[in-house]
Design a protein around this ligand. Structure first.
Ligand code: RP5
Length: 159
């Protein structure tokens, strides 16, 4: 059963969102990937957001660019934690529109927003949410962080 859903407004977001897919696969977390557009497929957005938790999804990562309403609208309809990835898309003005559209949510409807094109961190954050109640995943996160630390120490040896 998929635990993390990765959705995006357009297939053109996939090169950015692939980082979330890859890191979650590295952590052996089951995922599902889909295109859900807030503006072009609003009925699908509604259906998806209302029902994801009934299919065993525990976290939704939603990426979009430009007038990026997908993460916020999913958050308005779903009881699950939503992680928003602002995408610097072809219709974006330097990425700021995507960032602010996803970041500046009204009180009561949180979206955990990562950096512009920060899909890798979105995947890690989703894994950490799963890991808070799954010891297997928690141990993988601990090992991942140890790996980050070791890389920094190694890189300092060559200076
Ligand atoms: C947004 O518009 C999508 O999330 C994408 O980032 C952007 C451009 O979409 P396409 O015109 O490439 O399909 O809704």
């Amino acid at each position: 059963m998929s635990k993390v859903a990765i959705i995006m407004g357009s297939k053109s977001d996939l090169p950015v969102m692939q980082d979330a897919i890859d890191i979650l696969k590295d952590f052996d977390i089951d995922i599902e990937v889909d295109i859900v557009s807030a503006h072009r497929t609003p009925e699908k957005l509604f259906d998806y957001s209302k029902n994801a938790h009934t299919r065993g999804i525990q976290v939704i990562i939603a990426g979009a660019g430009g007038a990026a309403h997908l993460p916020g609208m999913v958050a308005s309809l779903s009881p699950l934690p939503i992680i928003g990835v602002p995408v610097k898309s072809s219709n974006s003005i330097d990425g700021w529109d995507s960032v602010l559209s996803i970041l500046q949510m009204p009180g009561g409807v949180p979206v955990a927003t990562v950096a512009l094109n920060g899909a890798k961190n979105a995947g890690i954050l989703a894994a950490q949410i799963i890991g808070s109640s799954d010891p297997n995943v928690l141990h993988k996160i601990i090992a991942y962080k140890e790996g980050l630390k070791a890389k920094v120490y190694d890189s300092a040896k060559d200076l």
